[in-house]
Design a protein around this ligand. Structure first.
Ligand code: GZL
Length: 319
């Protein structure tokens, strides 16, 4: 074989060895997304699109308007279309067994879990530790109030959602260790601003015009932004008379912090799709089985963390 032929053969082999795995560009994934109930959810959707585009993965997103039956319909439609994998952000933790058994293709959970009995129905789950988020929120409040008696009102997330159950569990664990803390009212605001405002208005009416409320714990920032509106309209001073602690770290909670109207938030990354896409590409391309849980970080931010600067850095990141 001539030298030229040898060199050509070598470069062709090298090209084959280091070529970007074709499977990433050929993958089609159906994402059953909950909806657009919060700023965080909207960011998760836009970041998912960006992450898929980076990897040349064809991502089809179906918005369920927070209804499980729409998610189940979307999953069945994706299966019929012959997608290579399913991403699911399960609005609630139960009721998935039948449809996920029909899947016969890899399923990855994003940002929320399904009941543990269904753990064999998905490849991996990319989520935060939502019990820990509740604990971080509770520990911040305990540290901030010290020994002072503090009546807390709680805005829970969607009834039946794993993150709502867990964020309550984590917070309650801390309250149990601090007798001066007491959750006097707790109700779902369904993770939305509007419902968060409405429920906070009812809490204020029921609690002596809000005078007996020391703190609000909301399972997400959007409900807290609604609650802040309700407190201001009732002539109260959120962030001063009434402490606020919530979860997500969306830009608008930093805007409220900068205005002295909010105190703290626990960050949740909207980029669950990036790790999920890497896991599914490695699984399809190299047969690499991912860990059952890919955990994302939770960081506490308070008004001491230059909220305006954080707001400016987060604005535009898909929120
Ligand atoms: C948490 C995610 C929650 C967010 C809310 O992982 O499921 O759903 O905290 C969103 O903003 O509605």
């Amino acid at each position: 074989m001539t030298l030229k032929a040898l060199l050509l053969a070598a470069s062709a082999t090298a090209a084959l060895m280091f070529a970007q795995p074709a499977s990433a560009a050929q993958l089609t994934i159906g994402f059953s997304q909950i909806g657009s109930e919060s700023g965080w959810r909207a960011a998760e959707t836009s970041v998912s699109k960006q992450e898929a585009a980076k990897r040349q993965v064809n991502l089809k997103i179906a918005d369920a308007q927070q209804k499980q039956e729409n998610q189940i319909k979307a999953i069945r439609s994706f299966i019929a279309q012959g997608v290579d994998a399913i991403f699911l952000a399960p609005v609630v933790a139960s009721g998935w067994d039948a449809v996920l058994k029909e899947a016969k293709i890899p399923v990855v959970l994003l940002d929320r879990d399904i009941d543990p009995s269904g753990k064999d129905l998905y490849l991996t789950a990319v989520t935060s530790d939502s019990v820990h988020e509740g604990e971080v929120a509770g520990e911040w409040l305990a540290k901030t109030v010290g020994e002072k008696a503090c009546n807390v009102v709680e805005l829970q997330g969607t009834v039946g959602a794993s993150v709502a159950t867990n964020r309550k569990k984590g917070f309650d664990t801390v309250v149990a260790k601090h007798p001066n803390l007491k959750v006097v009212r707790s109700q779902t605001g369904d993770f939305t601003r509007a419902k968060g405002k409405e429920v906070m208005e009812s809490f204020i009416k029921a609690e002596n015009g809000g005078k007996s409320i020391c703190a609000v714990y909301a399972h997400n920032d959007d409900m807290m932004v609604g609650a802040i509106q309700a407190m201001k309209e009732a002539g109260l001073k959120p962030g001063k008379d009434i402490l606020t602690i919530s979860i997500d770290a969306v830009p608008d909670i930093f805007k409220a912090m900068a205005a002295g109207e909010a105190n703290a938030t626990v960050e949740l990354t909207p980029n669950m799709a990036g790790p999920a896409l890497d896991a599914i590409v490695a699984y399809k391309d190299k047969g690499t089985t991912p860990p059952k849980w890919i955990q994302t970080e939770s960081k506490l931010y308070t008004a001491a963390d230059d909220p305006q600067k954080v707001y400016d850095s987060k604005k535009g990141l898909g929120y």
